[in-house]
Design a protein around this ligand. Structure first.
Ligand SMILES: NC(=O)c1ccc[n+]([C@@H]2O[C@H](COP(=O)([O-])OP(=O)(O)OC[C@H]3O[C@@H](n4cnc5c(N)ncnc54)[C@H](O)[C@@H]3O)[C@@H](O)[C@H]2O)c1
Length: 248
């Protein structure tokens, strides 16, 4: 049975990696998909859109830099015009600019905070009226490193830890409207973001992971599909680890 029939889901940063996997998974569950990414990713967005359509689904894409409030506001208006509703917001867009604090520039700090954390404010705030109307839900991508800290990532971990506080607080504010707000904290997932990581680091991470391997974007998408759907109807304010046991 398809659990997301007649639902509309917006997934930020969905032209590749985990975002693409989420879009494909939610589409396979019957959701209509609003894809999003930045302009240089348009060709990849078209490919994801075609994949969804070829599988019998419905998808449109909306170009916006989610760190910019005015662009997000316009995107949300377009989503409403195109689909008439929004049930699921997945705050997935993110970047890293790793460097120890001693070497980190103000720009590297700000950009990572803006794209990983301010984007969650921008998208959640502008989606609120639609989500209240649909009694929908929000799922944001935090990270294992946001919960535990990670060398060379003060900017990224501050943003991802910020998502945890944001999620818990917003879940309290929106509970009375029947809107659920959750986050996931993936461990090491194979994507563009992690492919540049040195091989010796990957060996260490696998060793620390109970399942002894890295994760696939689809394994994150499966948990998000659960959180987005009716089987998670009593789950809110939660942060679910998807890390093969790394956090232990
Ligand atoms: N890969 C991992 O191991 C891992 C672990 C924990 C959390 N995460 C989180 O999962 C999410 C997806 O990561 P991924 O591994 O698929 O990385 P990725 O780099 O493959 O994908 C990120 C996507 O976000 C898009 N994006 C970047 N800036 C944007 C902006 N300003 N506006 C709109 N879109 C923008 C990128 O173009 C890209 O398509 C991120 O939030 C990341 O922090 C990843």
């Amino acid at each position: 049975m398809k659990t997301l029939e007649n639902k509309v889901a917006l997934i930020t940063g969905s032209s590749q990696g985990i975002g693409r996997a989420i879009a494909l998974k939610l589409a396979s569950q019957g959701a209509k998909i609003a894809l999003n990414d930045i302009a240089p990713q348009e060709e990849n967005l078209k490919i994801v859109q075609a994949q969804i359509k070829n599988a019998g689904g419905e998808a449109k894409y909306f170009m916006a830099d989610v760190s910019k409030y005015d662009e997000v506001e316009k995107m949300m208006q377009s989503v409403q015009q195109e689909f008439g509703r929004l049930d699921i917001l997945v705050n997935n867009a993110g970047i890293t600019k790793d460097r120890t604090l001693a070497k980190m520039t103000v720009e590297e700090w700000q950009k990572v905070i803006d794209i990983n954390l301010t984007s969650v404010f921008n998208c959640s705030k502008t989606a609120l009226p639609l989500l209240i109307q649909s009694q929908g839900n929000i799922i944001s991508l935090s990270s294992f490193s946001g919960l535990r800290g990670n060398f060379g990532q003060t900017n990224y971990t501050a943003a991802k830890a910020g998502i945890v506080g944001f999620t818990k607080t917003l879940s309290k504010e929106l509970g009375k409207f029947g809107v659920r707000v959750n986050a996931v904290a993936p461990g090491f997932i194979e994507s563009k973001m992690t492919e540049a990581m040195p091989e010796e680091m990957k060996v260490v991470v696998k060793k620390l992971t109970s399942l002894g391997r890295t994760g696939k974007p689809e394994e994150v998408a499966n948990v998000i599909a659960f959180l987005a759907g009716p089987d998670a109807s009593f789950v809110t304010g939660d942060i679910i680890n998807i890390d093969g046991g790394l956090a232990i």
